[in-house]
Design a protein around this ligand. Sequence first.
Ligand code: M6R
Length: 608
Amino acid sequence: MCGIVGVVGSADALPRIYDGLKRLEYRGYDSAGIAMAIPGAGVEVRKAQGKLSALADLLPGFPAGLTVGIGHTRWATHGRPTDLNAHPQVDCSGTLAAVHNGIIENWREVREELEAAGHRFRSETDTEVLLHLVEAYGGTRDLLPAVTRAVGRLTGAYAFLILSAAEPEHLIAVRRASPLVIGVGEHENYLGSDVSAFLPYTRRALVLNDGELAVVGKEDIALYRLEEERLVPLHREPFQVTWTVQQAERGGYPHFMLKEIMEQPEVWGDCLLGRTAAGAVRWEELGLDPAEAAGWPRIQMVAAGTAYHAGLLGRAWMEGLARVPVDVDLSSEFRYRQPLLQPGTPVWAISQSGETADTLASLRLARELGAPTYAVVNVVGSTIAREADRVAYTRAGPEIAVASTKAYTTQLLTLLLAALGLAGSRGRPRPDLVEELAALPRLGREFLPRASEWARARAGELAAARDVFFIGRGLDYALAMEGQLKLKEISYLHAEAYAAGELKHGTLALIEEGVPVIALATQPELVEKTASNIEEVQARGAQVWVIAGAGLAPHLPAAEVLSLPALPPLLAPFLAAPVLQLLAYWTAVVRGENVDQPRNLAKSVTVE
Ligand code: M6R
């Protein structure tokens, strides 16, 4: 996730901005930049692809003693991680600079309109449209009304800081959906995408809420609510930040994994931004071409670990909704099994990092075989993203914990969007489901705290187990596979996933008194079948916990049940997956394991 820093002060601001960027490094980034107001000379920008050390080499070029500036660490979403795409971005005249977190949904159409009107864009970013819009609406001559009008044109999520050569003593901050906090100091004020950016300098903070704008000077902070194109003044008292620096980096959570689990509703919102309209999927926003997709006889997916489990759910959606046959292979198997691809079959590589050696090798093999390739990837500019013919980014933001959580559910969401797009183009539109996707972030926000308490209450028993079994049918079997991987990976317990109907073909022999069995029963058409499998294991003394779809509990034998909120059953994986992640998380915590960096595992597996 990108990081934002702003300083308006009497002291030398540049070292503080750079220090703030260092403090935001934990968020992950691929380029960084700083813009400073130079009294009498305008705005100057230094930016560089890569680590902050590359930016540091450019900073001696700034005059000493500058007091106002903005900084940014960028995690690419629109446009590759290059010097040009790094923030701050500037307008045509170079008198306005801005940094941005979030995703602007309607950037493409606004850019086309502005280019037609003669604006010169320098980057591939969605951010740049803001600056040219401000310029078009009056620019530095009448800055505040121009900014107000410009943000009114934008849809999507954003936190902006704007620095103007014409008003170099103030920064303008605007927030919609992406976090922004003001640090209140003595004769100096700060801005940050989170409080880590300024904690060493002040612990007094003001949160900017959605739809609010702030004009921040060194002695004054004016807050406004944006109402249409009107600014309504606001008053809010600062609060005292009590977090340690480490707590602040993790958003107050004890581990990155828990932070990443709990921020899933937000990243689902990011993943959906701009990708649906009027009950249909916008293909171009997924990097897909309907004309090309019309000729696909089937789809071959390749992936590893959690991404492979996402592929299994992707297959179920794709086949069920679009009736397109799909094969899913582990990439470490695909590359050596001399695959036979029917002509025209695209190979889809699914990968969080975009660097997994086996998945990359499978993609290269597919290209050698003449197959069209498509990547579902989180890291922009990664090797798989660069080498595939087409790419859809999952927009999960940087995932720091080794155990994949938000990257997994955004892979699911991207695959489901693709399945719905394909279904529509093959005469099987599901506008109802497309519309329902919009409710996922809200449902997740409401449900995850309850799910976390439920999982935490069971962690003590799980932590003491020797073996744990996960069972389910259909979509629930694919979820069960991910549930067992999560538990193994961070708690080091032996865990296995079984298709519930397979138990009696062998595995039932392992069920004995007290063995924990986590059953998934989210699909109404399969609930009666899964219920009898639950009875089978209960009869052998298993301790069963069930994650059930809304309204399905009465169909299940007496067992401890966590019911999901009401949502279409095909969307149940989005809420069931976090429960499995939370079970693994709390179990590892009880066992005292190193949750974020489990033994023997690396975040990105770039070797065979
Ligand atoms: O970066 P990728 O998605 O290609 O990584 C694939 C697997 O290595 C990864 O999902 C791994 O299984 C996770 N650590 C699981 O939590």
